[in-house]
Structures are given as C-alpha cells and as structure tokens.
Write a protein that binds this ligand. Structure first.
Ligand SMILES: [Zn+2]
Length: 473
C-alpha cells in the first residue's frame, strides 16, 4: 500500500464517556503522533461528539459518514483512529468498513497497531471489533437486550438456588402446592393473635416431614430465609431494587410478605454484648442497692440445691465497666416473682393505646403511586419517554412506594399486637419469647435497685428490699 499523502483522523467520544472532552483531544494527539512516525500527513480531523458507536445507537454518525465519503472520493487516502472501538462497535459496520477499504484502496491504521493490508491483520481487526461489540452488550443495561426487560414484564430472574414453595426446575413459575401450603400456614402462625415464632414454624414444618431446600431439618434461620426472600411474596427485584410484581403465582401476596418483614424487623434485637443471649428476664435491669453497679444473674449450686442468684460482683468488671462492692447477693426467683406481678399489673392497667393511622389511610397513597407507575410504564413502552428519565422516575416512585408499604405493614402489625397482644406475649414464657418479654419489661421498668437482706434468713424478704424505678413516658 502506498504511503498516504492525505490522512484523515477520526475521533469520537461516546455517550458512556460523557463529559470527557479531553478524551477527544487525547485521541487526536495519539493519532497525530502515529501519523508523524509513519510519515503520513494529516489533512483533516473528523470529530464525532457524544455519539455512541454501539448497536443501541439509532442516531447516525455524520462525521463517520463524511469521512467514508471523502475516502471513497479519494479526497483522503488514509484513515487513522485511536482504536477499533472508536471507529465502530458493530461487527457488521466494521466488515463494511474493511470492504470499502479494500475496494477503494485507502490506508488504515490505529494507534494500537493493526495492519489491515494483510489478511491476518484484518482478522485481528475483526476479532477486536467482535470484542468491542461484546463489551457494548455487557455494558448495556438497556431494555431491548437485558434481563431488566424480563423483570419489567414481571418475570423473575430464573437462575439461583431452589426455593421453598416453588416446583423444582420450574424457574419459579409454578408453585409446589404442599410447600406453598406450609409457607401460608407458617405465615398464619407468625401473624396469629397469639403469635408464634420462626422457631415454632421450623418445628411445625419439621413435624410435617418437610425439609429445607438444602435437604436438612428446618431451623429458625432457614425459615427466616424463606420469609425474607422477595420471591416468596411474588416480588421481582433487579439489583436489589423492588421493580414490581411477578406475573406468576407466589406463596404469599405482596401485602402478606411485607407484613412478615415488618414482623421480622420488629423482632430483630441487637445481640447483647458479652457471651451469647441473655437467659434471664430481668438481667440488665437489676442494680446493686449498695454501690449501684449492675448485678449479675447466675446459676449456683449450694448444698446440692441449684438455684439462680443475683449478686454484685467484686472480682470482675461488669458491662458498665465498674467493679462491684460484692455486698449484695440475693435469690433471683423471688425478685423475678415480684417484678412479674408488677409488669402484669402495669399491662392490665394500661389504657388501650390510640391506634395510629389505620392501614386504609396508606392504601389511598399506595394506589396513587401504583397508578403513577403504570402511567409511566405505559409512556415508556410507547416510546414517549427516554430510558434514563423512565428509570430515574421509576426509582423515585418505587422508593416512595416501598416506604409507604413498610409503614402500612408496620401499622397492621402494631394494631394486631400492642393493646390486645402485649398480655399474650407476656404470658408466653418460652425461651424464644424472652427478648420480646424483655421489651415489655423495658416499657414498664427502667431499673431495679436490689438491697441486701443479710444471710441465713428464713423469712421471705421484705418487699422494700427492692426499689423499682419505672420507665419514663
Ligand atoms: Zn454492689
């Protein structure tokens, strides 16, 4: 190929590198340097701004068209680009470009060094073009090619682990009736007026002979996973964002699922520091009446009898960082009985709390938002709205919707719980219920000062040997 006398330089920044005007200057500089090295003279620069060379770009590229026309007409006899992906990201277009080059005999070079005068060079170029196209497709989160389109149509991502409630291998499109029944029954148990815990649900499912998707027995954690999964509520997500309802059946409705989330959230108590969970209802509430440091509660065995005692520890710093005086040591059970009576009395005397906004108040707002999303989607599907605007608005509306739904769900849980159910929660003395009972304690009692009653007493302690400071508010 003869040395071109009049080369054209083609530079382009695509939309995905928006704002990088410098990018064009860098491309041009590199191309000019290449021309200088090869002894090509530069006749013209063809700058293309803000246009994508990918398949998703519908707009034409005027500078590219002009450059090809100039090459065909012999106005220029060489073309220099920074790299193939600047020239084009479509294989078909690259093939067309190479054909033109063969036919009209103009020279072509990139700063990355492909030599198109040989078959091998052209092959490399074609492969590079193919790679550039693949990159475009990977990069592209646009609807016409992507997963998001499926999801927007309410079709959940079909991959991932097997999920309880759905038929194996059905890509979450068909329900397993028996499993779905268990999910629904578990939901009823959790939402019952006398509520059961995820632990109860695990025991129930195990007693039915059901196993977790991993094949083992149900545990509190694996049961929670079932109810935490959006799929269980027929909710389609994309990158962790709720983007709509599945077109296929789900074990629970969205409302049921959201109510369970509020329930699980309200139960999630931060793990107490120190070793494991608390085992005693009033530990943490008891203070030494002598020195004010936090009392410990421990099992003790004295003369063959095992009982719980609470004491001021003088040998070890407590959670409050203080060393106790060691002067108070009491039987825990007696204190627990006293305090239980106080809590029960406080609960029965409690005025039924005013209900806050009933769920119906949220329904209106939720319906309104849903309608706005439908309108938006309609406009977008009809091509009356740009992708970016659509997804931007959609994200905002979804976020509002999510907040409103969470509040509606929380209000349902609160109404079913507070007044009527606090005594029921209180009456459930199972270990699983301990943290919820402690929450009730905290609503009645701030702390309890415990005084020494001396050793070896036979008589029961005086009620004045403890002093209760009620919770404020
Ligand atoms: Zn003390």
């Amino acid at each position: 190929m003869a040395k071109p006398k009049r080369a054209g330089i083609y530079v382009r920044i695509s939309k995905d590198r928006k704002g990088e005007e410098l990018g064009v200057q860098r491309q041009e500089k590199a191309c000019r340097e290449l021309c200088e090295r090869m002894g090509w003279s530069v006749l013209k620069v063809y700058p293309e701004n803000d246009v994508s060379a990918s398949t998703t770009s519908k707009r034409g590229r005027p500078a590219y068209t002009e450059m090809l026309r100039d090459a065909r007409d012999g106005f220029i006899d060489g073309i220099v680009v920074h790299s193939i992906d600047r020239l084009t990201r479509r294989i078909s277009e690259l093939a067309g470009f190479l054909e033109e080059q063969q036919k009209h005999g103009f020279a072509f070079a990139t700063t990355e060094g492909e030599d198109t005068s040989t078959a091998g060079g052209r092959m490399i170029l074609t492969i590079k073009g193919a790679v550039a196209q693949q990159e475009t497709e990977r990069m592209s989160e646009r609807i016409n090619t992507s997963l998001l389109q499926r999801r927007e149509q309410g079709k959940p991502h079909a991959g991932g682990k097997r999920q309880f409630g759905f038929k194996e291998g059905s890509c979450f499109q068909e329900l397993d009736q028996a499993e779905t029944e268990l999910v629904r029954e578990g939901h009823r148990m959790l939402m019952d007026r006398n509520p059961k815990t995820p632990g109860d649900v695990a025991r129930f499912w195990n007693s039915c002979g059901s196993t977790s998707p991993q094949g083992g027995a149900w545990t509190i954690q694996s049961v929670k996973r079932v109810y935490r999964s959006e799929r269980t509520g027929g909710i389609v997500t994309y990158k962790g964002q709720d983007i709509g309802d599945s077109v296929y059946a789900a074990p629970l409705t969205r409302e049921q699922w959201e109510t369970v989330q509020a329930l699980l959230d309200s139960r999630a108590t931060p793990a107490p520091h120190g070793s494991g969970r608390r085992k005693h209802l009033y530990s943490g509430f008891l203070r030494c009446g002598n020195c004010g440091s936090a009392l410990r509660v421990q099992w003790a065995t004295v003369q063959g009898r095992t009982f719980r005692r609470t004491f001021c520890h003088s040998g070890q710093r407590g959670k409050d960082g203080r060393l106790g005086c060691g002067k108070v040591s009491r039987k825990y059970v007696w204190i627990e009985q006293q305090l239980n009576e106080v809590i029960a009395a406080a609960l029965s005397a409690r005025e039924p709390q005013r209900q806050e906004a009933p769920a119906e108040d949220f329904r209106g707002g939720i319906g309104l938002l849903e309608a706005r999303i439908r309108t938006l989607r309609g406009r977008w599907k009809d091509g009356r709205m740009a992708d970016e605007d659509y997804f931007d608005s959609l994200a905002h509306l979804r976020e509002e919707l999510r907040t409103l739904r969470a509040r509606a769900a929380a209000s349902v849980v609160r109404r079913s719980r507070t007044e009527s159910d606090a005594p029921a929660v209180w009456a459930d003395e199972t270990v699983e219920n301990l943290e919820r009972r402690r929450a009730i304690v905290a609503s009645v009692i701030d702390h309890v000062d415990v005084f020494s009653v001396g050793r070896g007493r036979r008589k029961p302690p005086e009620t004045t040997s403890i002093r209760i400071t009620p919770a404020s508010g």
